[in-house]
Design a protein around this ligand. Structure first.
Ligand code: ASP
Length: 439
């Protein structure tokens, strides 16, 4: 059994947390490859080391003194080293970081030092080999992740060592410059390492026991999700269920390696399994509910739209010309509605409307703001009659006006548009009918 284990920032914020992580790793000989994040917050109001590094580098970049700020970062690591009673001297590392900051090595380099240093400490603590991610994780000239090169080099490197630590979040460009993934990107590194190691499991250790059916800020004590498929998670994650970086699914998905989300502070919990496909039914018909506020709908009307070849293309071209991506486009016989993110759209609405009139010659264009989209997702929906009916009668009972309905062609999800003000009420009503009442 071979496992790749990734630990998030809060799991590695202090020596005490490192010890929990050490116990977890040592309790299972299969946990061979470890991907650490940078130290996160130790308590509410504390700073994440990554944020401290960005702020410190900003000073360096402006040519200002950053000695105190770098000293505070060093102290965070020193506290961990001393707490773990390690014989490890990181002074030389900090001297070269200081020099590189002065030489303006870039904010990507700066941020990456958070995981780099934590990786060195983790390797010393566990007695594992340290592999610098810059030597095994690659981006191309355009800055896109180079999956083929990485997989080749990384799998060869891992084959040489039984146990290793690979810091998360960064890799290198063809000229050797450090580049990071987007924030939270150690999740992506973990997935890349799991793929290259052809691991049996990718364990992602964080500070919650997996995914919840709904947002706990809206639903009190929502039930956890035991098993979810990659596709279900995609539908939920793009709506903002933020436990795992959304790009982390892709590398392991190619190899059908399951991800197990676990809680460092409650290792006895099974957490959530994310799998390719499963015959395990979810406890309820729905696997999860997620949503986002802040959408606009652009409703375009034109008589005989349905018989005009190319109408849809012209409409979308108007959005494309202003660099706006769309979220959903439900359509009727003489109407087509485009859902867009309000914050992206608001400054460009008049330009888009003008392009629409120029390109598509509609009879009318109407814009409605302050809408929310809710995704109700579940692999069980396909084989169950009446799911949509139950959702809409629950919403009607809760006095929520439904503005848009879109059932994905996979029958895996139903997307509902409501007013921003109805967002929480709608989620509560859906949760009630499927989970609490479970009729
Ligand atoms: N340390 C980085 C961040 O704060 C990456 C990560 O933790 O995954 O975003």
């Amino acid at each position: 059994m071979s496992k790749v284990v990734k630990f998030g920032g809060s799991s590695l914020a202090s020596a005490e947390q490192f010890q929990k992580v050490g116990d977890i790793i040592r309790s299972d000989a299969g946990r061979r490859y470890v991907v650490p994040s940078a130290p996160g917050k130790r308590f509410k109001g504390d700073s994440k080391v990554t944020d401290m590094l960005y702020a410190c580098y900003d000073l360096a970049d402006e040519g200002r003194d950053f000695g105190r700020e770098l000293g505070e970062i060093k102290a965070r690591y020193q506290e961990i080293i001393e707490g773990l009673k390690l014989e490890l001297d990181i002074s030389q590392e900090f001297r070269s970081i200081e020099e590189n900051f002065k030489a303006k090595a870039g904010s990507n380099y700066a941020a990456s030092r958070g995981e780099y240093l934590n990786g060195i400490i983790m390797a010393a603590y566990l007695g594992y080999e340290f592999i610098d991610a810059a030597e095994v994780i690659f981006f191309d000239e355009e800055g896109n992740f180079d999956s083929d090169k990485t997989d080749k080099v990384l799998s060869a490197r891992l084959a040489e060592c039984q146990r290793a630590v690979v810091p998360g979040f960064y890799g290198s460009l063809p000229d050797g410059t450090i580049k990071t993934f987007s924030r939270g990107g150690s999740d992506v590194t973990g997935s890349i390492v799991a793929k290259a190691a052809r691991a049996d499991v990718y364990e992602n250790w964080t500070d919650v026991s997996g995914f919840l059916i709904a947002d706990p800020r809206i639903i009190e004590n929502p039930i956890g999700i035991d098993v979810i498929t990659y596709r279900e998670l995609r539908e939920l994650s793009y709506m903002g269920a933020g436990v795992l970086h959304e790009d982390a699914i892709f590398p392991v998905r190619q190899e059908n390696i399951p991800i197990n989300i676990r809680n460092t502070n409650a290792p006895e919990d099974n957490g959530t399994w994310i799998v390719g496909s499963t015959c395990q039914k979810s406890k309820y018909i729905i696997t999860g509910i997620a949503g986002k506020k802040g959408f606009c709908s652009v409703n375009i009307e034109k008589d005989m739209m349905n018989s005009e070849v190319g109408f849809g293309r012209k409409v979308l071209q108007a959005f494309e010309e202003s660099g706006i991506s769309f979220e959903h486009i439900p359509s009727g016989i003489d109407t087509l509605t485009v859902f867009v993110h309000q914050d992206e759209f608001v400054h460009k609405e008049q330009k888009v409307a003008a392009s629409l009139y120029r390109l598509a010659r509609p009879d009318a264009v109407e814009i409605e703001a302050d809408l929310a989209l809710i995704a109700v997702v579940g692999r069980g929906m396909k084989s169950t009659r009446g799911t949509a009916g139950r959702i809409f009668s629950a919403l009607a009972h809760a006095n929520v006006n439904v503005k848009m309905i879109d059932q994905g062609s996979s029958e895996l999800n139903i997307i509902i548009g409501v007013a921003n003000d109805d967002f929480e009420t709608a989620i509560k009503a859906i949760y009630d009918i499927f989970v609490l009442t479970n009729l």
